[in-house]
Ligand binder design. Structure first.
Ligand SMILES: *[C@@H]1O[C@H](CO)[C@@H](O)[C@H](O)[C@H]1NC(C)=O
Ligand SMILES: *[C@@H]1O[C@H](CO)[C@@H](O)[C@H](O)[C@H]1NC(C)=O
Ligand SMILES: *[C@@H]1O[C@H](CO)[C@@H](O)[C@H](O)[C@H]1NC(C)=O
Ligand SMILES: *[C@@H]1O[C@H](CO)[C@@H](O)[C@H](O)[C@H]1NC(C)=O
Length: 390
């Protein structure tokens, strides 16, 4: 197994690792599962012939759903609530999970005929160690984005979700709302007004041991401080982003060196996930005027605001719904308001998929948007008027 773990296949550690682990643990008892690493190449029936792409068709999203040990049920619920055959999904458990949990998630995906048929759900076999306040979080997000770039051709936007999130619109609503906007816009909530963060975050030097440890490990702060950079302008904002494919490509494959230099600078910044994509997109000439200052998420903050938003409950239902946002966070597991969202908004029977036109007619190239889609469309058409960084 160690051998397989070290063997860094050019095609991504992901599925290879699962296959390695799966091969060793299950091959004798359960040989069928060894075909699962090929899930993306062989069993894809997303009949490339029936999938139509282009500006006259709905776009496609590439999602990361990240979580940790003990969160498989939440991840699966979220996955089913945002599933659409056009999109891609990468399920990413961090190093707080066990290998068994990752295999279990892989088996779940493999055993769902719809996922097998469209071949658009992937599970990351190798876990990244992460620290919530550190740069290992950005590394994990970039890892997921790189995997999605490599495995999947036809997506337009990358969306970052955690198992604590839930949609407020159906995928038909979302696909429809994004259909007619330029596909190179980035939704990155940001500001250049650093305020107290200049001292508290950028002048401090953080060490994130999860970058070099196998297990999730707490950060520490150096006693030294450093000056605010002057080679680029800093921006900070919400870590919940919606990034265009061209921007993700530039972050990962681009020939401008800025994304890499910033990555190295941000290695030692506190809460770098709230500033990395903001600073890259607002300093790259190709993207600075394609940056929409919104994250399309619904949060409620305490007073004074804590590090995380409040847990949402039934009493917040109306506010959530009238926000027009695409996703809300955070929810406790099995929070009853999620059942209400399933029933009234997502038209999702327990355990089943969110309503989508594809479920009725098998047509994956057209969508039927509802009243929530209209609200989201209004919100988007308002925020996209301002496209330069602030
Ligand atoms: C998937 O593709 C295989 C082989 O092309 C075909 O036999 C099977 O019927 C397809 N399944 C569906 C649900 O379309
Ligand atoms: C992306 O998702 C993870 C996991 O939920 C989150 O913690 C992180 O802050 C997000 N944003 C970035 C830029 O990594
Ligand atoms: C971005 O927009 C601003 C104001 O609208 C303009 O002055 C600037 O030249 C633009 N930058 C690029 C790189 O297009
Ligand atoms: C799930 O949804 C599909 C399509 O709407 C339907 O045919 C099926 O009966 C549903 N399954 C359950 C268990 O509700």
């Amino acid at each position: 197994m160690l051998l397989l773990f070290r063997k860094n296949s050019p095609i991504l550690t992901i599925i290879v690792i699962i296959s390695g682990a799966v091969f060793l643990s299950y091959s004798l008892i359960n040989s069928y599962i060894t075909i699962w690493p090929q899930i993306y190449s062989v069993s894809t029936n997303k009949s490339i012939s029936t999938l139509k792409v282009g500006p006259e068709y709905p776009p496609a999203f590439a999602y990361i759903i990240s979580g940790t040990g003990g969160e498989n049920k939440r991840i699966i619920r979220l996955l089913r609530s945002i599933y659409h055959p056009r999109n891609y999904y990468l399920l990413q458990l961090d190093a707080g999970s066990t290998e068994e949990e990752r295999i279990e998630l892989g088996k779940y995906v493999k055993n769902e005929p719809i996922f097998r048929n469209y071949g658009n759900v992937f599970v990351l076999g190798k876990a990244n160690a992460v620290e919530w306040s550190g740069s290992s979080m950005v590394a994990a997000t970039l890892h997921g984005a790189a995997v999605l770039l490599k495995l999947c051709k036809n997506w337009d936007w990358f969306i970052n979700l955690s198992s604590f999130d839930y949609p407020l619109v159906t995928q038909d609503d979302l696909l429809d709302a994004f259909m007619s906007i330029p596909r190179d816009l980035n939704f990155i909530d940001h500001t250049s007004n650093l305020d107290w963060k200049e001292d508290a975050r950028f002048d401090k030097i953080l060490v994130d041991p999860s970058i070099y440890s196998r297990k999730n490990t707490k950060y520490f702060i150096s006693t030294e401080t450093r000056k605010t950079p002057n080679a680029f302008k800093l921006f900070t904002g919400s870590p919940w982003v919606i990034l265009s494919r061209s921007f993700v490509e530039d972050c990962i494959l681009g020939t401008d060196n800025l994304p890499r230099r910033l990555l190295m600078y941000f290695t030692n910044v506190v809460y770098s996930m709230e500033a990395y994509f903001q600073t890259v997109s607002c300093n790259l000439p190709d993207f600075m005027n394609k940056t929409i200052n919104a994250d399309l998420r619904f949060f409620l903050w305490g007073d004074p605001p804590g590090l995380d938003p409040l847990f949402l409950k039934g009493s917040n239902f109306d506010k959530m719904i009238s926000s027009g946002a695409a996703f809300a966070r955070r929810f406790v597991e099995n929070e009853p308001v999620l059942d209400r969202l399933d029933k009234e908004i997502l038209k999702r029977a327990s355990g089943n998929f969110t309503y989508g036109k594809w479920l009725e007619h098998g047509d994956i190239n057209s969508v039927a948007s509802g009243p929530m889609g209209l609200k989201l469309r209004r919100l988007i058409s308002g925020v996209i008027r301002q496209r330069s960084c602030v």
